[in-house]
Design a protein around this ligand. Sequence first.
Ligand code: OW7
Length: 408
Amino acid sequence: MTTALTPDELATSDVDPFSHPVLADPLPMHAALRDAGPVVYLSRYGVYAMARYRDVHAALINWQDFQSAAGVGLSNFRYEKPWRPPSLLLEADPPQHDAPRRVLSKILGPRALHRLRDGWFAEAETLVEQVLSEAGTEFDAVAALAEAFPLRVFPDAVGISPHGREHLLPYGNHAFNAFGPDNDLVAKGAATVAENSAYVGRQCARDALTPDGFGARIWAASDRGEITPEQAPLVVRSLLTAGVDTTVHGLSAVLYAFATHPEQWQRLRAEPHLVRVAFDEAVRWESPVQTFFRTATTELTVGAGTQHPVTIPEGKKILMFLAAANRDPRRWADPDSFDLARDPSGHVGFGMGLHQCVGQHIARLESEALLTALARRVSTLELAGPVQREHNNTLRAWRSIPLRARTD
Ligand code: OW7
């Protein structure tokens, strides 16, 4: 006979995952949380956490028990007003979630993206040429490539105006901070949030969008009755929220990975088809989106049938450590190595289950285009100085990656 552990008996940690020392180097905390047990109580916030691959994966595919509609941040929408109207995709469950998801899946699916492929590959070549000729062999990979490339292709693909795009990164940065506690990182964004939100809101209107972009296709889906006209602007907003900072830090991650693994860069140059696996391996290795919360829809027992099942009361938040799951030695051999020989499929860096990143094909296409252009021109990549992180409550983000790129 086993009895479920209640909060005062289960593994407890007073760690603050959103504090600066942890954001500077989260890996030791991830290991400690994985080793503490399948579920750990985070006493500082009164929430539960999962950090092992098996448990994170199981929770992510179980939307019935682990809901999203109460918010995927720390704040519980049952008791607290969200900082913006909730996302129709991220912060919703079936059945409300399904129509917007179906519409976006089609617009952002591999078949629909095919028409963008040649243009994006050409844009990547142009950008790489421009950086190498104007900046030379030493540049900041974050500003020159990881920010420049998505900003060059993605807002045009959505179909927004060229004016005001400088609001996109700060808006996304704040949105990802807002999933965490109301700490200094959220306070830092508070001064400009109204302005940035108003800008993003204006871009979502039908008449603000070019006729052939993702935005116009979302509005066309509302004409066909697949979503309502009230839903359309919020679906466009999802693209502008989730589609910029994520790819910037994903591209930064893969560039940093290659700069610090020169033998892997040589392998990529010899076998260019590895560009696709390279990005997923970098997403596994770095987990640009580190965490998301879920909320227990009923009293849950995790680890039923094990020696120490854990009870999570109804309504409690559970923090899913995607990043810790992606380096769980129980799932991955040599988890800390960035290795193109690995099969990274099954990583939870894009989530898992019915909320799994709907933009993942765009992210992969961006990285495929950029890495292909770089691999053609650049023979060796290395760090040219100390890297700088940008602390964010959700993102594993970069401020600067000084790179030296030789073209001989
Ligand atoms: C959304 C900061 C927001 C996300 C991720 C996925 C979807 C959305 C947002 O991060 O729908 O707004």
